[in-house]
Design a protein around this ligand. Structure first.
Ligand code: 5AD
Ligand code: SF4
Length: 463
């Protein structure tokens, strides 16, 4: 008996790390159904757009992509083949049935909480030939599916979902509507998954959640969970993202000073440096609260790399508000940060405000903020030159003989080194900086600089 030809799936991922994580899990699940991954949509039996709703005109971009896919699907149908088109993720959650109404070429719509039902959804779609829309919020079921996952071939650094959803309702944000309320995964399941990853050679996990530091499962806080994970042999590096200032508990701050597996990198979005705007954003914290948190984290871990998210041009933002954001950035000195121009998301309270900021004003502020943050990032990177950092060797670099690794501060580090070092954490002396990464020499006998001498806050003036 000959085997049926393998089917292929092409997954296009937009947006955040949670989506990238979900796409990998979908590919694993589909591999179990005989689907091989296809790098191109035109050759695929199944195309999944795993969408993000955060950016401007997100839904419109999906509809335009669906127009292209419709033409590819018609081409395949003319040759007697088919293409099942699925829309997943946050746009799927937000648009639901509307997607099928506006783009009848779509066969499947499912939200970020339901990909684990993919085999059943595909079977339903194929049996009935009609479009299937599934936008429920069964987070517990999704967590269970994660627990049953079979990790894909060896990776050195892996993501691990511990929490989903958000109850914060920032006035600009769609996440509480598309991803649902905060839910934490059971510690036993997380530990079992982490142990399985470590057995397969994973050396670093990044704990994922929309509000990861709001984690509370089985009586454990995020710090408690990190403490448990630190007991797993081989799992030498632990990171977490994304945090909210309101949930930055004392035990988590303290853990940065006592747990050497917890990496010195904190992504703590602040969004604005103006208390008036923070209030209008419904952030639930002030500038002072945020700055005190940064100070406390740096007290226990002086070399901490701080990262953040910023929105400029929020409705009602004045020049004075924006100046306050620049002042906060100067006070903190960021190692990296994500900057966004405010974009009105339908259904959010801020979208209907009448004092929207003119686009050219917001764009000019965005460029000014980005220029400042780029200078800070370069200063942070430059401060590593001459230091020997412990680098996790992740994968072959672009050039032959090169390896790409990661510093404790999440910087990419390129160096010449034997491929056999992949999976190890080794000393590398930093020699130079590029636009977004460092380069160095593998220095097996060098002493490491565990604490980084980083220019003091306000060091910006010296750049
Ligand atoms: N406009 C611009 N940026 C946004 N973000 C979330 N919603 C919006 C919006 N409507 C940004 C925030 C958040 C990051 C993931 O995306 O900075 O922290
Ligand atoms: Fe969105 Fe605010 Fe929740 Fe972050 S904390 S996901 S910005 S609502």
């Amino acid at each position: 008996m000959s085997r049926p030809p393998a089917k292929t799936v092409h997954i296009k991922t937009y947006g955040c790390q949670m989506n990238a994580y979900d796409s990998t899990r979908m590919a694993e699940l589909l591999a179990g159904l005989g689907y091989a991954e296809s790098p191109a949509a035109e050759d695929a039996d199944l195309v999944i757009l795993n969408t993000c709703h955060i950016r401007e005109k997100a839904a419109e971009k999906v509809y335009s992509e669906l127009g292209t896919l419709r033409r590819l699907k018609q081409g395949r149908q003319r040759q007697g083949a088919n293409m099942v088109i699925a829309v997943a993720g946050c746009v799927a959650q937000a648009e639901g049935e509307e997607l099928v109404r506006r783009a009848p070429t779509v066969d499947l719509v499912f939200g970020p909480q339901t990909w684990q039902r993919l085999p059943e959804l595909l079977a339903r779609q194929q049996a009935h030939g009609a479009a299937v829309v599934e936008t429920a919020f069964p987070a517990a079921e999704k967590f269970q599916a994660l627990s049953q996952r079979k990790p894909s071939p060896r990776t050195v650094s892996a993501f691990l979902t511990v929490q989903e959803g958000c109850d914060k309702f920032c006035s600009f944000c769609v996440v509480p509507y598309t991803r649902g309320a905060e839910v934490s995964r059971a510690p036993a399941d997380i530990l079992a998954e982490a142990e399985a990853l470590a057995r397969r050679g994973v050396r670093e996990v990044t704990l994922l959640g929309q509000n990861v530091n709001a984690y509370h499962g089985g009586g454990l806080s995020l710090a408690g969970l990190i403490d448990r994970l630190s007991g797993i042999e081989g799992l030498d590096r632990i990171r977490y993202t994304t945090s909210h200032p309101r949930d930055m508990a004392d035990d988590l701050v303290a853990a940065h000073g006592t747990n050497d597996r917890l990496m010195p990198y904190l992504h703590l979005p602040v969004q604005s440096g103006s208390d008036r705007i923070l209030k209008a954003m419904n952030r639930g914290h002030t500038v002072d609260h945020y700055l005190r948190l940064i100070e406390r984290v740096r007290q226990v871990r002086p070399d901490m790399a701080i990262s953040g998210d910023f929105i400029v041009g929020f409705p009602g933002e004045t020049e004075a508000d924006f100046a306050a954001t620049l002042a906060l950035v100067r006070a903190v000195s960021y190692a990296s940060a994500f900057t966004f121009k405010y974009s009105a998301r339908p259904g959010t309270p801020a979208a209907t405000r009448e004092d929207q900021v003119a686009d050219d004003v917001a764009l000019a502020r965005l460029h000014q903020l980005q220029a400042l943050i780029t200078r800070q990032m370069q200063a942070f990177n430059r401060a590593q030159i001459g230091k020997t950092l412990m680098v996790l060797m992740e994968k072959p670099g672009r050039k032959p003989g090169q390896i790409l690794g990661r510093s404790p501060y999440l910087q990419g580090v390129h160096m010449e080194a034997p491929e056999s070092l992949i999976g190890q954490i080794v000393p590398v002396t930093i020699k130079a900086i590029g636009t977004n990464s460092l380069s160095g020499h593998y220095a097996p006998r060098a002493r490491t600089d565990s604490v980084l001498a980083f220019p003091a806050p306000h060091g910006e003036t010296t750049l």
